[in-house]
Design a protein around this ligand. Structure first.
Ligand SMILES: [Zn+2]
Length: 228
């Protein structure tokens, strides 16, 4: 059980890293960590960090690194993190990565294995712009991969399906360009340390899962876990 080193998944929105992080989390019995979830938990519980973050989030601003890293440090100090963890979409910048390295060293964790999910922009635009959400129950459909039985309406409650403005193709494409620019230095940083590998995220969920386990095994992350 557990991972012998922390794992970090990087990749653009729509690359499927969240789905794979959930699977690795279930398979190895390690927590799946995202800073978005951490922020929401701290705000809900009214912790000091949560109270620092809330007004900033309410304004729609980016929560500063010291608050985010404070949450990360607190989270990986909990007992359920002792067997490793999977970070999904964190860190985002080199200063965050350097601070995370410091925290991991302090807690005697091995250096993280970073897996970059590679998917072409065309595939991502296709995936994300196919996403429609039920206006009643919030169910998510993809008109290409998981279409509703009756076009435009939810299978569960008949609600009208709507597309979030963020998911329009031109908005998605702009966001991907910005993401690539922001993330490239981070990828270079981990590659220079020898901690980076890649997985082709363009295939289906099962195939990506299989390839991901090969990558983990190649880097000495114990591959013995019941998949499912
Ligand atoms: Zn619905």
């Amino acid at each position: 059980m557990g991972l012998n080193r922390p794992v970090i998944f990087l990749g653009p929105p729509g690359a499927g890293k969240g789905t794979q992080a959930k699977r690795v989390s279930a398979c190895y019995h390690v927590p799946h960590l995202s800073t978005g979830d951490m922020l929401r938990e701290h705000v809900r519980q009214g912790t000091l960090l949560g109270r620092a973050a809330k007004p900033i989030m309410d304004r729609g601003d980016l929560v500063p690194d010291d608050v985010v890293l404070g949450m990360v440090e607190e989270r990986i100090a909990r007992p359920d993190s002792a067997g490793g963890f999977v970070f999904d979409g964190f860190p985002r910048t080199i200063p965050q990565a350097q601070k995370l390295d410091e925290i991991l060293r302090k807690r005697s964790f091995a250096s993280p294995l970073v897996v970059n999910f590679r998917v072409s922009n065309d595939t991502l635009v296709h995936r994300v712009s196919g996403r429609w959400v039920c206006s009643v129950g919030g169910e998510i459909y993809n008109i290409y991969e998981h279409p509703p039985q009756k076009p435009g309406f939810c299978d569960h409650d008949g609600g009208v399906l709507v597309q979030r403005s963020d998911d329009h193709a031109d908005v998605v494409r702009e966001r991907l360009v910005a993401f690539a620019q922001q993330t490239q230095p981070l990828i270079d940083y981990y590659r220079a340390k020898g901690d980076l590998d890649e997985v082709d995220g363009a295939a289906g969920v099962e195939e990506v899962s299989r390839r991901l386990h090969e990558v983990l095994a190649r880097h000495g992350v114990d591959g013995n876990c019941a998949q499912g």
